[in-house]
Write a protein that binds this ligand. Structure first.
Ligand code: FES
Ligand code: FES
Length: 150
């Protein structure tokens, strides 16, 4: 076991875990930040996406030792601003179905919008975040609205 201090949603969280523990386990099991979801555990599905220094990263394949020293934002951090345009658009277009993949979808999109990525770049990246409910059509509609205002 080793001690780490993680900066998450602008707050410092001390944790004591094995250095190779995935960040996702720490978020969910140690800190109760369960908005970030576990699905594949192998970096494939995107359900566990958080921001690390502003980049969308899959927290199931980032170790706690690699995450220390970075600024981490989870869906709870983004939700501190309920007026965020992504949330407003998601609600307006009723994007979610079961909701399980949605934190990963939203965190991936938020990182790309922050970087002013093109619609094509966003769609390519979003296509790697899997949704078992098949909400892709509504996600694409929401992306169009956020990028092009339509
Ligand atoms: S749970 Fe991390 S990418 Fe699937
Ligand atoms: S909304 Fe159910 S998995 Fe995507």
């Amino acid at each position: 076991m080793a001690k780490f201090i993680l900066l998450i949603n602008n707050k410092n969280y001390p944790v004591e875990v094995e250095p190779n523990t995935p960040l996702l386990w720490v978020l969910r099991d140690k800190l109760g930040l369960t908005g970030t979801k576990y699905s594949c555990g192998e970096g494939i599905c995107g359900a566990c996406t958080v921001h690390i220094d502003g980049n969308a990263e899959r927290s199931c394949i980032v170790s706690v030792k690699d995450a220390e020293g970075s600024s981490i934002t989870t869906i709870e951090g983004l939700a501190e601003n309920p007026e965020h345009p992504i949330f407003k658009t998601w609600i307006e277009l009723e994007v979610s179905q079961c909701g399980y993949c949605q934190p990963g979808q939203i965190m991936t999109l938020a990182a790309m919008l922050n970087k002013n990525s093109s619609k094509q770049e966003i769609e390519k990246e979003m296509s790697t975040v899997l949704c078992r409910c098949g909400t892709y059509h509504r996600i694409r509609k929401a992306v169009s609205k956020l990028v092009e205002g339509k």
